[in-house]
Design a protein around this ligand. Structure first.
Ligand SMILES: [Zn+2]
Length: 316
C-alpha cells in the first residue's frame, strides 16, 4: 500500500526542536534574527544603532533612546512567559495534525489553563491574520455553506437548525482536481451581501467558483466571478457529488477534529478556530519550515487587544 504523502510529511522531531529552541538564549537569538533579518531597526525612529541593556534583555536606540525588547509591539508584547514556553506551544500547535485544546496545551507546556487559553488565542490570531491577508486562487474553487453546532435544541442540523454558527467553506483545486488551499470563514449569514463581502476579501478576482443553488451564492455573480451553479437537491447523497468532493471532505475533517478536541467553542472565537485548521492545511507540505515561518509573521502581528483576550478567557 502506498504511503499517504501528507501523513508521512517529515516534521520536526521533539529532539530536533529541543536542540534548536531548547534554551532562552536560543529562542531570543531566533526571535532577533527573524524580527530584524537585516539588523536592528528602532520601531520609533528607524535608527539602526543601539546598545544592549543585558540585564533586562533590552536594546536602547542610540538616536532616540527608546528601550525596546525583541517582543515589543508584536503578538508577544508584554509577555511574562519564558520564550521557551512560547516556542514549545508554537511547536505543538503547528506540528499537530489535529487541533489541540487549551487543556491539553496546559498539561503539555506546564502553564495555567488561562495562560494556555491566552497562548492559543494569540497563536490562532496570527494564523488568521496571515491567511486573511492573502486571497486564495486556483483553477476552480469549490464553495459550500456550512454550520457548526446548533442541532441540540431542536434536533435539526444544517441550514434549518437554531443556534448554529454559519461559515463559508472554500477549497481551491488545481488542474488535476486536487485540493490546494482551504479558506473557511465565519460569516454573519448567507445573504448575497455577506457572500460578496467574503468573496471580495478572500478570493482572487477571476477565480472560477462552483456552488450549489443557495440563493446567497448569487452574490458571486454580482461580484463578477465566473460562477457555476450545480443544483444538488440536498440530502446525504448531495455531499458525495464530485463537484463538491473536496469541500465536503474537508468540512467533515474540520467537524470531526473539533468534536474530538473541544468541549465547546464560543461563537465569538469560532473564526479563529477555523483559521487554525486552515493555516495547518495550507502548509501541510511544509511542516519543517512552520516554526520560523509562523514566528516571522507573529513578530509582525500587532499585540492582541486586551479586551479580546479577556473575552477569550471568559468564553473559552
Ligand atoms: Zn530610535
Amino acid at each position: 500500500m502506498s504511503q499517504n504523502v501528507i501523513q508521512f510529511q517529515p516534521g520536526i522531531s521533539l529532539q530536533e526542536f529541543i536542540s534548536k529552541y531548547g534554551s532562552e538564549e536560543q529562542c531570543y537569538q531566533a526571535l532577533f534574527r527573524w524580527r530584524w533579518p537585516n539588523g536592528f531597526r528602532c520601531p520609533e525612529c528607524g535608527g539602526d544603532r543601539y546598545c544592549s541593556l543585558k540585564s533586562r534583555k533590552l536594546m536602547q536606540c542610540n538616536s532616540c533612546r527608546s528601550q525596546i525588547s525583541v517582543t515589543a509591539r508584536t503578538i508577544f508584547d508584554s509577555t511574562k512567559l519564558p520564550l521557551t514556553t512560547w516556542f514549545l506551544s508554537i511547536y505543538i500547535v503547528t506540528q499537530s495534525k489535529i487541533s489541540i485544546s487549551a487543556l491539553s496545551l496546559k498539561r503539555t507546556v506546564g502553564v495555567s489553563y488561562n495562560t494556555a487559553l491566552l497562548i492559543k488565542h494569540k497563536i490562532q490570531q496570527v494564523m488568521k491574520e496571515r491567511d486573511d491577508s492573502k486571497p486564495i486562487s486556483a483553477t476552480l474553487v469549490q464553495v459550500d455553506d456550512a454550520y457548526w453546532g446548533g442541532k441540540k435544541r431542536d434536533g435539526r442540523r444544517g441550514r434549518g437548525a437554531t443556534g448554529k454558527i454559519p461559515f463559508v467553506a472554500a477549497v481551491s483545486t488545481n488542474t488535476e482536481g486536487l485540493p490546494v488551499h482551504m479558506r473557511f470563514s465565519q460569516v454573519p449569514s448567507f445573504s448575497k451581501k455577506s457572500i460578496i463581502d467574503w468573496a471580495d476579501k478572500h478570493l482572487c478576482k477571476g477565480s472560477d467558483v462552483v456552488t450549489d443553488g443557495l440563493l446567497g451564492f448569487e452574490g458571486f455573480d454580482d461580484a463578477d466571478f465566473s460562477h457555476k451553479v450545480i443544483i444538488t437537491g440536498g440530502g446525504p447523497e448531495s455531499v458525495k457529488m464530485a463537484d463538491f468532493k473536496w469541500v465536503n471532505t474537508v468540512i467533515g475533517n474540520v467537524k470531526r477534529s473539533f468534536h474530538g478536541t473541544f468541549h465547546a467553542i464560543s461563537k465569538k472565537h469560532f473564526g479563529r478556530y477555523l483559521a487554525e485548521f486552515c493555516y495547518r492545511f495550507n502548509r501541510r507540505f511544509d511542516l519543517r519550515q512552520l516554526i520560523p515561518r509562523f514566528t516571522y509573521v507573529a513578530l509582525r502581528t500587532p499585540p492582541m487587544p486586551q479586551k479580546l483576550i479577556k473575552l477569550a478567557e471568559l468564553c473559552g
